[in-house]
Design a protein around this ligand. Sequence first.
Ligand SMILES: [Ca+2]
Ligand SMILES: [Ca+2]
Ligand SMILES: [Ca+2]
Length: 433
Amino acid sequence: MALRKNTLAGFLLAGATAFIASAVAATDHIDGSITVNSPTIDLTDLYAFTAGEHQERLVVVLDIITATQAWERPDPSASFEIVFGTLTRDEGVSTLQLLAQPRYRLRCSWQAQIASCEGPNGTVDAPLGVVLDQAPLRLFAGLRSDPFVLNGVWASELAMNDSIPAPFDSNIIHGFNVYSLVAEIDIAALMPGLLGQAIALGAEVRDASGEQILDRIGRPEIANIALQSNTGPDLRDELNSFPALSLPDPFRSTVRTRVRENLDRYDAMDPTPYLSDKDVLAEILADDFLTIDPALPCDGARYFDLETAVLEGRQAENCGGRPLEQDIIDTVYGLLIRGSAYDPIVDGTATPTRTASASFPYLAAPNTGVNATVLALTGRGLSLLSVPGPGRVGVLIGIGVSVVALFVLLGIATRWMWRGAFRNRSARQTDEF
Ligand SMILES: [Ca+2]
Ligand SMILES: [Ca+2]
Ligand SMILES: [Ca+2]
């Protein structure tokens, strides 16, 4: 299928297809009815990398709100929390044990003009859109261009047909903005318990009471792709109700079983031999957190470096994490379909709306103008279509009313033109007499 990149028609087709599939697959964007109906608590992406080759400086990016509208802020009553844990080293054996122990927390709330973040050294207030540089924590909170890239039509076709579509260039995220929380941390000074450790990272959103978890995030595409099913129940809202870094049984067992079933399903899409033990891979993915080992070289590091070493029974050579510029969808499908994050499946699109910067806060400035507003409104409408409920009904009623209004206007215009033509003809006939 040939689609012109970034056209509204392509965007609408992507949304319509995604609607039919009842799954818009995008990292952690709009992952279930709760985040669709409360978009201001929707975590969309989590990234982790080191600041250049500064192994002592860990950067974590938490993005919030799919297709942010100009008037929105992350929910001011909610607490947006990044959780830092350590992974167990399995001495005597060459690999890590991928069991996370929570150690630190960066707990942020968003107000009209500031984001207030409480870490191990106390609370700092970051004015929105301004870099706050207070060693040992450099912090940015504000609107940015969404760095994520997704060929939504391609992903929906794959999900519906259980086969790999031919690649083509179409980025459904084009023009979207997100709110970003970017934290650059001096590990030794702020979180010394992480020094020399392999680190596990996740994030969660808690309501005003602090008791209820509204969304969580760890590895990319666990909710929307690894757990996606055309026949089984939607597990995403329940997944999003648990704290970051671990899942309690029996739900963890449910997640592992769904992932394991899906690995067979994805494997069947490609005839090449599977490159991992599916039982071990399902076990790893059931614990949904990012991993990074800043003591290892980060030049050339990619998502799933540490996990790949575990799967291959060897020492990790790169630090892992999730770099901003990695085309993560291709990696995720390579991991699920071929059993290797190093053997990507190409969907045909790899270029974000704006290129990330090499310097803090790394994410590009937000998109502005009428085009960005229209894309954001359209994106939000499509997200409401992606799950059943009053939002979908409202959008469908809106579309129906718009279509009826269009036909009424066309009818009025047609009658007006016919009347005009009739009057002209009568006038001509009168003149002839
Ligand atoms: Ca989410
Ligand atoms: Ca989530
Ligand atoms: Ca891609």
